[in-house]
Structures are given as structure tokens and as C-alpha cells.
Write a protein that binds this ligand. Structure first.
Ligand code: MG
Length: 157
């Protein structure tokens, strides 16, 4: 068994979209980043890579690389999954926590799980996605950004 954990933050600004776990969530501000700034998938990818002892996403998909400008993080996740599988591992389960004061995430969680399930080759009940506010404290509480953390468990095939 191998465990991995990941964490990511993106800034919220007007003129951008909020995309989390591949799902666009209507909001007056959006997440800023070189890719689609999906911090939930970024945290998940770093958890997967960490479990395999591989370099993080900043190393694999460097900001500033034109190949990844505006790219869907689900495309990057597909690549990471190929690396996980090539390393002789498959995922047992994963668990993601999204930290945001707004927008409200919970109505989108089922849709998020359905989006991730085929890429991770997991049933929806092996994918945990939770959302929490930070009680108006810190940068998430001030709605300056959204943070996400993720853990995964891998097993050797
Ligand atoms: Mg990121």
C-alpha cells in the first residue's frame, strides 16, 4: 500500500471561472491559474504523484509552458493516472476536501464524483469529496481564494 497527500490553493478574481473536480460552478469570481486552476484536481494529482514518489505537478506541468495554458486539469489527471498505472499501482480510494466560503460546493459533489470516477477507474463510493468553509477566517474566509487537500491510497497491482 502507498499513501499520498496533496494541497493546493488558487486565487479568486473577477473574469475567471470556478472549475472544481472538472465541474464549472457559477460564481461572480473565478480561480486564476495557468491551467483551468482546478485546485481540487491539483491537490489530487499531487497526492497521486506523492504516493508514487514522483515529482509534483509544478515539475511535470510547469506554469508558463504553452502546452498547459488553459488546459483542463482532467487532461492532466489522465496523464498522472497513466504514470500511476505504469508504476504498477491502482487507486483504492481517494478523499478530497475543498475549502471555500463561497460558492456553495455541496450541490455539485455528485456531479464531481461522476466526472472523476472513470478517470480514476473508481466507483463513486470510493471517491470522497467534501466541502467546508473556514468560518470566514483566513484567505478562504475572506473569499480571496479556494484551497483543497486530498489523500489517496494506492495498492500494487
Ligand atoms: Mg494549482
Amino acid at each position: 500500500m502507498r499513501i499520498g497527500q496533496g494541497f493546493d490553493v488558487h486565487r479568486l478574481e473577477e473574469g475567471h471561472k470556478v472549475i472544481l473536480c472538472g465541474i464549472e460552478i457559477p460564481h461572480e469570481k473565478g480561480l486564476v491559474g495557468w491551467s483551468d486552476a482546478d485546485c481540487a484536481v491539483h491537490a489530487l494529482m499531487d497526492a497521486l504523484l506523492g504516493a508514487c514518489g514522483l515529482p509534483d505537478i509544478g515539475h511535470l506541468f510547469p506554469p508558463g509552458d504553452e502546452r498547459y495554458r488553459g488546459v483542463s486539469s482532467l487532461t492532466l489527471l489522465e496523464y498522472v493516472m497513466r504514470r500511476v498505472n505504469a508504476g504498477g499501482y491502482r487507486i483504492c480510494n481517494c478523499d478530497i476536501t475543498i475549502m471555500a466560503e463561497r460558492p456553495k460546493i455541496s450541490p455539485y459533489i455528485d456531479e464531481m464524483k461522476k466526472k472523476l470516477a472513470p478517470i480514476l477507474e473508481l466507483r463513486s463510493d470510493a471517491i470522497g469529496i467534501k466541502a467546508t468553509t473556514t468560518e470566514k477566517l483566513g484567505f478562504c474566509g475572506r473569499e480571496e481564494g479556494i484551497a483543497a487537500s486530498a489523500v489517496v491510497l494506492l495498492t500494487e497491482v
